[in-house]
Write a protein that binds this ligand. Sequence first.
Ligand SMILES: Nc1ncnc2c1ncn2[C@@H]1O[C@H](COP(=O)(O)OP(=O)(O)OP(=O)(O)O)[C@@H](O)[C@H]1O
Ligand SMILES: NC(=O)CC[C@H](N)C(=O)O
Length: 638
Amino acid sequence: MTEPNGSPSLTEQVKDKVAEALPTRSKKSEKKDKKAAEKAAKKEQYAKEGKATAPKQPVKPVNDESAVVRDPDAMFKEGWLDEVRKERPSPDVYTRFPPEPNGYLHIGHSKAIAINFGFARYHGGKCYLRFDDTNPEAEEEKFFTAIEDIIRWLGFKPYKITYSSDNFDKLYDLAEKLILKDGAYMCYCNDEQIKDQRGGTDEKNKHPRYACEHRSRPVEESLAEFRAMKDGKYKPREAFLRMKQDDYQNGNPQMWDLAAYRIIEQPHHRTGSKWRIYPTYDFTHCLCDSFEGITHSLCTVEFINSRESYEWLCDTVEVYKPMQREYGRLNLTGTIMSKRKIARLVKESKVFDWDDPRLYTLVALRRRGVPPGAILSFVNELGVTTARSNIQTVRFESSVRKYLEMTVPRLMVIIDPIKIIIDNLPDDYEEEVENGFGPKSVDMGTVYIERDDFRENASSDFFRLAPGTAVGLLKVTYPITCTSFKKDDATGLVSEIHATYDRPAEGETFKKPKAYIHWVAESPKHSSPVKVEARVFNSLFKSDNPEAVEPDFMADIREDSLVTYPNALAEVGLNEIQRRAPWPEEAGEANREVKPGPESVRFQAMRVGYFCMDKESTTERPVLNRIVGLKEDAAKNA
Ligand SMILES: Nc1ncnc2c1ncn2[C@@H]1O[C@H](COP(=O)(O)OP(=O)(O)OP(=O)(O)O)[C@@H](O)[C@H]1O
Ligand SMILES: NC(=O)CC[C@H](N)C(=O)O
């Protein structure tokens, strides 16, 4: 598209700029046809999903049939979820995601979200977000908001937001019905007595199960006592309503007369002080599924034994019976997911807060800059089976890296700078500098490079900058050679390097350097570079299983889990990338129902890693979080 005066339109100009700043194919990458083919197929896939158009970039046409890219709907088309659908091929599909509002969701929950919301979406059905709020002791308002927000951030829209507590009246009526059908009784046993009735806990004194004395009481008495319990006759733990499930033949402990209602004296955040008795999970979940007409109730395998009690209760109180099926939990090794343990890390200031980028809560992954689409693509890649998946964090990171590689722009950032003065810069060098997001003209008299790209002594195994050696600067035609350097007496660190620009004389050729390094230019005219703080996160724990460490997981915390670079410098193009966020453009937060936050300013800092803007950024001082490192990191140290 061109403007009436024949010059490219603003959109075209911007697109060109993006293209320039996006990944270009190096010789090394050209060898990797398969990888390129995968990328191209993935790009096509994003477009097909209508979720993303990966920014314009040079990718080789796909002609390698061996390239395998996971279809974004693969988890629904094949395997366990496909079987579940075939088992109940009802025309309408209703699912639900039922979190307890007692903490922030973690990476494991993203699997439950992707399964429940995704299954409904794939089959043209509807998914409820149902807050399973039957325990007022643990619930807090902030968790309701955070859970809803993160689901929308992941790109899902609940059909309706419901609360188990919406059904307290109906549930109570069904509890009375259950008693009247001789399916429940009021029991006054304590924990010890219940354990003994179930055969005892001491291995040496195991005995057959037996019924408690309350089990055979008349129905009318249980009903009267249940009403009395509701009206405040008993204190917590003095009495409870117990389901009459067990026929003493059943080996499933989830059928051993489970509790249906218990006394909790804390006001409920929604129903206030109306109730002193609250239904348990086992009584509530199946009945709420039934009220909402859930067709496929998908949950994790630890509920497999509960399926029998789920079906028993629906049948006994004669309500519609949904189908419960169970999939394997997702766990990331080397992380902590337990709410109690994360709370301790926060309380003892080992992490900033629940959204500290070293954690694997979804708020933390969001703050760290992981795009929502990357989380979904990771879950899809793993697939769904009944087996528990114990996945290493490196696999998660590699999935995120693959996603970012396709979708975010590139920029140069120096995290630990040393200044170089180029003493012989010719006046007409600008044509020899290819610039991306920044201003067209770059003032290259003074540039900054990474401290570890310089060595005080040249050696045959070091291809970057050292006295008397030449190195290439990315996007600059000719290399530079170090002529001298100065050190700071106080710190002993190199403080300034002098170099020459090696443009060959007319008719001469130049020797291509063995390595190219990144750099930023000092250019007051363009307010360059941008001073930033860069935060590099390593894993929080030393081992793969912090829970197994003695005396406890706190002893496994790494000292270097956060490395801060307070004096990092970014190309001024950072401002343009920020202005045009969210990145990825369409697969990112732009299409979602949440306002993109600073973390949606994502880019690749060339040779350093993928970064995003942290929520603590100010206009004067942007703070960058490293999302993941680059695969090429190892090569950088060659
Ligand atoms: N690690 C996991 N992998 C897959 N699904 C999960 C995982 N953890 C929880 N879920 C599922 O998410 C849904 C809502 O979870 P809820 O908050 O009630 O879970 P939870 O088991 O209390 O989680 P946690 O104790 O780990 O915080 C449930 O259906 C649950 O089975
Ligand atoms: N069936 C389920 O999905 C269980 C959900 C319930 N909130 C729990 O984890 O305890």
